[in-house]
Design a protein around this ligand. Structure first.
Ligand SMILES: Cc1ncc(COP(=O)(O)O)c(C=O)c1O
Length: 468
């Protein structure tokens, strides 16, 4: 494991080599003497010995499985070679039984850690009780989850007039719903001719991959292959207060914004900007949507990331997903009274959204994540990250320029491509991800311990050092 002293690691690497079926081992056995080893083989041996978790080799069981499966999997993501088979708390294990400390939590999803026993118990129980009966009928859990989300949202002061909830299956779907709600409100406020139909979003944002949420995601990498985007989408500059009045006009029916941009590089909206934006939305009668899919549900140390804002900055819709099901797919749009009143039976729907299995799980997850002690601990854990980040910034000033974020959504801005560090960390048993432009992103389980943070950041330092 990555967290042993170097000598222990070398011993562990040797021990692993005695059982592992690596290319190096086979090559070794086919060589008559050590002196006959080729330079690439010697290099491979040195590398293997120096790395606690080298990526699975080309002839490993992992590589064989990936080769077999990938031909049937539509291309979506570029993935490294480990195949993850098991998770517990802050850790993952791969097919080669290598252990990794996970500072990604499935991209800010496993807030309660991997395979939380409570989540697993609820899943097992509800799966033998009722999983799905469709939205044509009532069940006990869609309403219970909706009530909990509304109550927690009001209680935390994030949306004083939170009223009802639409439950769906993902973040994109929650945003898609919110955009449709804004269009409907626009029709009611601006007339049936659709004059009030424009949606405003911001550079650097990520709102999803469906055509509506993608149209609100002004990133050429994601939009270009699927152009043209839907009509009526406009893009502004994040945190540009002066530009708001020209950007949001009488033609605007909705504005969607992440209070903290996740994919865009962990960029934090200023309070001044969010207040001015909300004020302008009220002036022109536009629906304000806060996309809290990545930054919400206590990741910043408060239930919603914008909890501290005054009532005048409250949104009309909050979208959530990711941590809501702790790994089980579910999303939701929490809407205020005026948006709720605009939506009528038959306007919108989904087959799976709100099924009792997902909703009971989310009800349990939200109850746990809303805990004030957990939130306080998130802020304490942020300080552990920040202290070490400052130390690293002092040590590598040419590499690390800034640390952004709040709670346990943190971004370390680098001056160069972070991918070599990501790989070096992974091969030492630590998972981190990137975002934005040259940003390392840290979104660990909220339940991570102080000791695990210290261990992980020591490995990060080793990984940075190894890539210098
Ligand atoms: C802020 C934000 N909104 C929306 C989405 C889309 O969510 P999903 O991938 O569940 O569709 C994401 C996903 O990364 C996100 O971070």
């Amino acid at each position: 494991m990555a967290f042993r002293a170097p000598t222990q690691r070398a011993v562990a690497a040797l021990a692993r080599k005695s059982t592992a079926t690596t290319a190096v081992k086979r090559t070794l056995s086919s060589q008559a003497t050590a002196s006959s080893l080729s330079q690439p083989t010697k290099d491979a041996i040195a590398r293997e010995a120096s790395l606690p978790n080298p990526d699975p080799a080309a002839d490993s069981a992992s590589a064989a499985m990936v080769k077999e499966h990938s031909q049937y999997m539509l291309a979506t993501y570029a993935r490294p070679s480990p195949v993850f088979v098991r998770g517990e708390g802050s850790f993952l294990w791969d097919l080669e039984n290598r252990k990794y400390l996970d500072l990604t939590s499935g991209i800010a999803v496993n807030g309660l850690g991997h395979c939380d026993p409570g989540v697993a118990r609820i899943l097992a129980d509800q799966s033998t009780t009722l999983m799905h009966a469709s939205n044509l009928y009532y069940n006990p859990w869609t309403g219970a989850l909706s009530q909990l989300l509304v109550e927690k949202t009001r209680e935390t002061g994030a949306m004083h007039d939170a009223a009802t909830v639409f439950v769906c299956n993902s973040g994109s779907e929650a945003n898609e719903a919110a955009l449709k709600f804004a269009r409907k409100v626009g029709k009611l406020r601006g007339g049936e001719d659709g004059a009030k139909h424009e949606i405003v979003s911001f550079q650097g944002s990520f709102h999803g991959r469906t055509m509506g949420s993608l149209s609100a995601t002004p990133n050429p990498k994601y939009q270009k292959p699927f152009a043209p985007m839907l009509p009526g989408f406009k893009y502004g500059t994040y945190n540009d207060v002066a530009a708001i009045n020209d950007l949001v006009t009488d033609a605007t029916c909705g504005v969607i914004i992440e209070p903290i941009q996740g994919e865009g590089g962990v960029n934090v909206a200023t309070d001044e900007f969010l207040i001015a934006l909300a004020r302008r939305c009220r002036e022109v009668g536009a629906v304000l949507i806060y996309d809290e899919i990545q930054c919400g549900l206590s990741r910043t140390g408060s239930f919603w990331a914008h909890d501290h804002l005054p009532a005048e900055a409250h949104p009309d819709v909050i979208t959530t997903a990711k941590a809501l099901g702790n790994g089980f797919p579910i999303g939701a749009a929490i809407v205020n009274e005026s948006v709720s009143e605009a939506m009528k039976v038959g306007d919108h729907g989904t087959t799976f959204g709100g099924n009792p299995l997902a909703c009971r799980l989310a009800h349990y997850t939200v109850s746990r994540l809303a805990d004030k002690t957990l939130q306080k601990e998130v802020l304490a854990k942020e300080q552990l990250f920040r202290q070490k980040f400052e130390e690293l910034r002092g040590k590598y000033p040419e590499l690390i320029t800034e640390v952004r974020g709040r709670g346990l959504i943190l971004g370390m801005q680098l001056t160069q491509d972070p991918n070599p560090i990501v790989q070096a960390a992974r091969e030492r048993g630590l998972l981190v991800i990137t975002c934005g432009t040259n940003t390392l992103r840290f979104v660990p389980p909220l339940t991570i311990t102080g000791e695990e943070i210290a261990q992980g950041l020591a490995v990060l330092e080793e990984a940075i050092e190894a890539t210098r």
